[in-house]
Design a protein around this ligand. Structure first.
Ligand code: PLP
Length: 402
């Protein structure tokens, strides 16, 4: 697996433990982008000449590949956007400003990434809706019994937004049960799942989850940056106004007014990130070839190893579940007496890449009574030896900083 990632050759000795921020890219994805730029780098959809037709074919093939990867009903439900943040903003602006109004409720959780929190705060503020937060326990788990969810969702709730997996605790939320329970409480409620951390790490099926919107981001899926995906049910996309308007998303423009193209084009105004979408198609092909069950199995094995190792480090507080089956291979922790940024700095001197800070989840950190953590996060190329080097690096930091 590591041989397929050229960055390990150009950076010998690199211990990359920041895949939750951005995963590294395999040669196949890099080659696919180069193929676009060197063989058919024309604009899509409009050209009648060969290289434009080839670019269009590859772009639409990528949409099919993504649809297949997430078990979507139809590829027209796959909208290419810039990233997960844009996917969520698209829903909050287009669907939210059309269907949420004064006195309605938006149900969200305290463990959301800011990308799945701030757009809803803004929407609530603008339309006069209320936010209702579901709290987590001290491990970061959401309480999801029918009784708990009845306190969260009611007849006024218009949308429930929840992450599939946390970028801090690694907690995997049982989104399938959440969707089914909240829809029992209020059959009209829509559910948006933020899949930014789950899609690269486990099998994901839109049919099984039963949500209405699902957001993903290419750079965490071993694909290019600047490309992401919003998946939404066809009939919901049909009911939504466009998010951005201009070229590429119209059926007919007259001076008196405009009619819009059908989905997915309706939501893809302007020239899209063609190379990015084609590269993302290749990254999902690469993930499917690896097998998402194998990807998940590798994560559980890493969890088994890393949780034991990290828990044996003196004065280290590991955030998140202790059960390796309940989480992704993301380890956020604090080390008594050492600031996370100082620790990350010393680890960097040892060629170990980790991240320190609030990881765009300030409310979750506040809830857990901490201001910042050091986060080591794995990818499909991470080995147990990387974990050993992290543990050694922590001891080096302790000697240097204490
Ligand atoms: C859970 C979660 N949601 C959303 C995002 C936002 O992703 P992007 O920055 O690619 O839009 C991230 C990125 O870290 C994330 O971890």
């Amino acid at each position: 697996m590591r041989d397929q990632f050229p960055i390990f050759r150009t950076n010998p000795g690199l211990v990359y433990l920041d895949s939750a921020a951005s995963a590294l890219r395999p040669q196949a994805v890099i080659d696919k982008e180069i193929e676009f730029y060197s063989h058919y780098s024309a604009n899509i959809h409009r050209g009648v000449y060969q290289i434009s037709e080839r670019a269009t074919e590859e772009y639409e093939k990528a949409r099919e590949q993504v649809a297949n990867f997430i078990g979507a009903g139809h590829s027209c439900e796959v909208i290419f956007v810039r990233n997960a943040t844009e996917a969520i903003n698209l829903v909050a602006y287009s669907w939210g400003r059309s269907f949420v109004s004064t006195g309605d409720e938006i149900a969200l959780t305290v463990s959301e990434h800011h990308a799945n929190l701030v757009p809803w705060q803004q929407l609530a503020q603008e339309v006069g809706a209320n936010l209702r937060y579901l709290d987590v326990d001290d491990e970061g788990n959401l309480p999801i019994s029918h009784k708990d969810l009845q306190l969260w969702v009611n007849k006024k709730t218009k949308i429930v937004v929840v992450s599939h997996a946390s970028n801090v605790t690694g907690v995997i939320n049982d989104v399938q049960s959440i969707v089914s329970l909240v829809k029992k409480i209020n059959p009209k409620v829509k559910v948006l799942v933020d899949g930014a951390q789950a899609a690269p790490r486990m099998p994901v099926s839109m049919k099984e989850i039963g949500c209405d919107f699902y957001a993903m981001t290419g750079h965490k899926m071993y694909g290019p940056s600047g490309i992401g995906i919003l998946w939404a049910k066809e009939e919901i996309l049909e009911s939504m106004p466009p998010f951005e308007v201009g070229g590429g998303m119209i059926r007919e423009v007259k001076l008196e007014g405009t009619t819009f193209a059908p989905i997915p084009e309706k939501f893809e105004a302007g020239t899209p990130n063609i190379a990015g979408a084609i590269g993302l198609g290749e990254s999902v092909r690469f993930l499917l070839q690896t097998g998402m069950k194998n990807v998940r199995k590798h994560e559980v094995e890493l969890n088994d190893y890393a949780l034991t190792k990290l828990n044996s480090v003196k004065n280290l507080r590991l955030i998140g579940p202790k059960d390796p089956q309940k989480k992704t291979a993301i380890y956020a922790f604090t080390l008594a007496g050492i600031h996370p940024h100082d620790l990350a700095q010393v680890l960097s001197m040892e060629n170990i890449a980790v991240r320190a800070g609030h990881h765009c989840a300030m409310p979750l950190h506040t809830r857990l009574g901490i201001t910042a953590t050091t986060r080591a996060s794995c990818g499909i190329y991470t080995t147990k030896s990387d974990i050993d080097k992290l543990i050694d690096g922590i001891e080096v930091a302790r000697r240097k900083l204490n």
